[in-house]
Design a protein around this ligand. Structure first.
Ligand code: T5A
Length: 231
């Protein structure tokens, strides 16, 4: 990930003074294959939404907590062989902590949470990519997140070749998942698309568009989701 999405500290207690102009408690997730442009979009969205007066929390998976960051190190370590189900359980252990310590408390005090990856990533990577059955994976994710669900999931649908070129240009060493072959990443991309097509709370955006076009389309979708929460 190009931008270190700062895992902010867990939000302060509900009775602490906060600069909240909107208490919509909105949970936005950004999904897509590696290099699809998620971190770029999230930084721009957070800036614009803060301008709208929202108290925005940016976070990511795996990560978002000290435990999550430790799991992330293991998860992406090229030197470690990790079985597909172990991947699913590791990322969901981190997710359970993330939801409990960061996401749920932030939503409870009316923050707008933008998360780089969530449960769809498990279904796309460990399900469609690694070949694990989707229903058990959904059950594991459900145990990790309980009743916390995104209000909106934006999928940046970017062709594998385009995303790979972007990552090559960026020049950062590939991690354990990025180094998988194109066929794996094609399955992951198809998985994300199937998940997006099967749910009204998803919006797929063409990741080949310019950063500005993606940002404009995404901001409109987020503002609509916020409007639906507060109306
Ligand atoms: N994982 C994660 C699982 O297997 N299961 C799970 O359940 C979960 C949660 C996490 C890894 O973990 C796996 C999936 C991943 O392999 P990560 O580092 O969080 O890895 O995620 P990455 O997707 O690898 O993050 P990246 O930074 O590599 O990709 P981004 O954030 O999608 O892309 P971004 O914004 O950094 O952009 C990449 C480059 O493209 C340019 C940017 O400037 C940057 O140089 N760019 C554009 N160029 C042209 N047009 C645009 N519209 C552009 N947008 C960005």
């Amino acid at each position: 990930m190009s931008m270190a999405l700062a895992s902010e500290s867990p939000p302060s207690a509900p009775d602490a003074p906060r600069l909240i102009h909107s208490n919509a408690s909105v949970f936005i997730v950004i999904e897509g294959i590696e290099g699809s442009g998620k971190s770029t979009l999230i930084a721009a969205l957070a800036h614009a939404l803060r301008g709208d007066g929202h108290d925005v929390l940016m976070t990511r998976e795996p990560g978002g907590t000290p435990l999550g960051d430790a799991v992330r190190e293991i998860f992406l370590d090229r030197a470690l062989p990790i079985a597909p189900m172990t991947e699913a359980l590791l990322v969901n252990a981190a997710r359970a902590q993330h939801v409990s310590d960061v996401i749920r408390p932030a939503l409870a005090v009316g923050r707008l949470v933008i998360c780089d990856r969530f449960t769809d990533s498990t279904l796309a990577y460990q399900g469609y990519g690694r070949g694990l059955e989707l229903e058990p994976l959904r059950a594991v994710c459900k145990i990790a997140v309980g009743d916390v669900e995104p209000n909106l999931t934006l999928l940046l649908d970017t062709p594998v070749s385009v995303a790979r070129d972007r990552l090559r240009t960026r020049g950062v060493a590939t991690d354990r998942i990025e180094r998988e072959d194109d066929a794996f990443h094609e399955r992951v991309r198809r998985g994300f698309l199937e998940l997006a097509e099967s749910s009204p709370r998803h919006r797929a955006i063409d990741g080949r568009l310019s950063e500005k076009q993606i940002f404009d389309e995404s901001l409109n979708a987020v503002r609509a989701a916020v409007g639906a929460r507060v109306s």
